[in-house]
Design a protein around this ligand. Structure first.
Ligand code: PRX
Length: 638
């Protein structure tokens, strides 16, 4: 496969960028020409940011799996599509060629059809990182069902809320999942999530861990039994269903500044073009290379850069079931050596965690296959950037610092590997099609270089969020109402003297813990559900490995003299309501929270105290009880 739209020089980039701004429709039409369409579009783009309404390639019909699978068969049928590495280094790896993946996706599409799944139905996928997760995802897309993948670390309650919001009728899960030394009982979590649920008709369970599970008659079926049934039918082919360009491809839940996660909606054609274009250009993918994205498919990075971007480009994508530090901190490097990985795409939190083990785990590992390194999910600090560059890339591999979001579908601001300049801790330049701007609190655009502001985007790109599921108003309020006619990212940003962008972090109440997005309001809601908790306030604080840690100030009725135990109980509650990823790193019991006379918690002060920086707390005169601040500082110092 060749990519006529791959930018090969800095001049190519500059030219493409200019074209994409001057005539976006012509620009994206010329990229889209390189895909397989069942029917071509009538209009490339129709949009306004007030409703908001964004329609790319309207009138076109296509199926993303035809682009990810069928179109590669003639030339790359026998080439590896997915390489899978087990959690257990002793277990044999699996390789699925494009032919095999094509076959298996259709086989499972038949399973879905046999179980009554129809176009437009919502299918929740809650599985570990095994090839069947990718197969299930693609099988949904094959028949036009909307997938909603939920990360395996979310609790039953969090799943129940998402199932309810999506009106899901089908679930695909596993008996359990292996992650490092842990064995997570996924099916049992699903069973808890389904207590009282009335919409789920079928749960399809794939075997992985052999953890005992209870299968409910009439509701639960085994993946393997269903496949056998398809085999007895003679494995009929499943044609790629014609989807309208703007038909929903998937929903992915993410956290915001309110307590309720929102279902980010991505549609078919724009998302496909965007993930493919960004994959090919940011990583400078060359046919035959092995791409290793270490994210979980439960997050957007996995959707876009394990599944859709690479497969639509006919690439070889590596899926890893385990964690970077188990059985030891050399796991990533072992995998790089074993499969001669060309591109490694990971998160700063993983890099920092691996740094902390020193150079021992890298020693003796052959990393010479690596050509490009990537970073995503949070700002990468300079120390981690240099370590990645020197110890992993041996100063030969460009590092792409890719800034983007669940809502943007794919990379928005990043250097292009080896093509445009890199600068440590800078995402650098916008991709073609992306028109960033910085605005002040009043929504005034801040022009020029050497300035700071809130990052917004002026013009739609093909992968932009279309809606929040079942609640379009929320999409409008969250992203398109803060500043008129702009998409607001929620991030603060600096543009340096050379016009390069550096993301400085969230400016709303969203935390980024180990690259996972967590809303402070969500954590507060969970803490407040614990009996005895009167009120709580959650803020982030700098954390050496996680980037940000969670600090919770809690007013509790009575600890019965056992503070430690009360804290453990609260942690348990948070794990139950959201999942272990949202557990606070620190809990401080306080007699009250610093509130203004109008009742608003002054988080700025709580953040400062959590950071351990109480030298300059700013103006506290508007507080209802300013003396409380000293009390809290005193308790924190104890
Ligand atoms: O704050 C930014 C941060 O992660 C947020 C998006 O989180 P999520 O939707 O979970 O997607 C993560 C993977 C794309 C952003 O608003 N973020 C993401 N990438 C970077 C980043 N911050 C700085 N530099 C990055 N490269």
């Amino acid at each position: 496969m060749n990519y006529p739209y791959q930018l090969k020089t800095l001049e190519d980039y500059q030219k493409a960028y200019q074209q994409s701004v001057q005539d976006p429709e012509a620009f994206w039409a010329s990229v889209a020409e390189n895909f397989t369409w069942q029917k071509k579009w009538d209009k490339v783009l129709d949009w306004n940011f007030t409703e908001p309404k964004v329609e790319w390639f309207k009138g076109a019909q296509l199926n993303i799996t035809e682009n990810c699978l069928d179109r590669h068969l003639a030339t790359r049928g026998h080439e590896p599509a997915i390489i899978w590495e087990s959690n257990d280094p002793e277990e044999h790896h699996r390789v699925l060629s494009y032919n095999e993946l094509h076959f298996k996706v259709q086989q499972f599409a038949n399973v879905l059809l046999n179980n009554g799944v129809q176009k437009g139905d919502r299918v929740c996928i809650y599985m570990g990182m095994i090839p069947e997760l990718s197969i299930a995802t693609l099988a949904c897309a094959r028949i036009g069902a909307i997938h909603s993948v939920i990360f395996g670390g979310f609790s039953a309650q969090a799943i129940a809320d998402r199932l309810d919001d999506a009106g899901a009728e089908f679930i695909v899960t596993c008996d359990g999942a292996f992650r490092g030394a842990k064995d997570i009982p996924l099916k049992s979590v699903i069973d808890d999530a389904l207590v009282g649920n009335k919409t789920i008709k079928r749960v399809i369970v794939c075997t992985r861990t052999r953890t005992p599970v209870s299968m409910l008659k009439g509701r639960d079926v085994w993946w393997e039994d269903e496949i056998k049934q398809v085999e007895t039918m003679g494995n009929p082919a499943v044609a790629p269903v014609a989807m309208d360009a703007e038909d929903i491809l998937f929903i992915l839940y993410t956290s915001g500044s309110t307590g309720k996660p929102k279902g980010v909606v991505h549609t078919t054609a724009g998302y496909m073009v965007w993930t493919n274009y960004t994959f090919v250009n940011v990583f400078q993918y060359q046919p035959g290379q092995v791409h290793f994205c270490t994210a979980d498919i439960g997050w957007i990075t996995g959707h876009s850069y394990i599944i859709y971007g690479p497969l639509s480009a006919g690439a070889t994508t590596l899926m890893f079931e385990g964690v970077p530090t188990w059985p030891d901190a050399g796991r990533f490097w072992e995998i790089v050596e074993k499969y001669k990985v060309d591109i490694l795409y990971t998160a700063p939190t993983a890099i920092r965690s691996l740094m902390s083990f020193g150079l021992g785990p890298i020693k003796g590992k052959d990393l010479s296959s690596l050509k490009v390194l990537g970073s995503v999910g949070e700002p990468i600090n300079e120390e981690a950037w240099h370590w990645y560059n020197e110890q992993i890339g041996h100063k030969r591999c460009p590092i792409v610092d890719t800034w983007w979001q669940t809502e943007t579908g794919g990379v928005m601001i990043s250097n292009l590997a080896g093509i445009t300049p890199a600068k440590p801790s800078y995402a650098t330049l916008p991709l073609p099609g992306i028109q960033p701007c910085l605005v002040d609190e009043n929504g005034q655009e801040i022009e020029g270089n050497g300035v700071n502001g809130n990052l917004c985007i002026k013009f739609p790109w093909p992968g932009i969020i279309r809606s929040t599921y079942n609640d379009h108003e929320r999409c409008k309020q969250t992203y398109f109402s803060t500043y008129e006619n702009l998409y607001f990212t929620g991030d603060g940003c600096l543009r340096d003297e050379e016009g390069l962008y550096r993301i400085t972090g969230r400016v709303d109440d969203v935390l980024n813990v180990s690259g996972h997005r967590i809303g402070t309001a969500e954590v507060e809601n969970a803490i407040n559900m614990h009996a005895g908790v009167i009120e709580s306030a959650v803020v982030g604080f700098p954390h050496d490995i996680k980037g940000q840690g969670i600090f919770a100030y809690v007013i509790i009725e009575d600890t019965h003299g056992d503070e430690k135990r009360s804290k453990q109980d609260i942690l348990q509650t948070v794990a139950r309501i959201i999942g272990p990823i949202a557990k606070p790193d620190q809990i401080l019991f306080v007699p009250g929270l610093p509130k203004t006379r109008s009742g608003k918690i002054m988080r700025r002060i709580l953040r400062k105290i959590a950071e351990g920086d109480t030298s300059n707390l700013g103006d506290t005169s508007t507080l209802l009880d300013p003396s409380l601040v000293d009390v809290i500082i005193g308790l924190n110092n104890d």
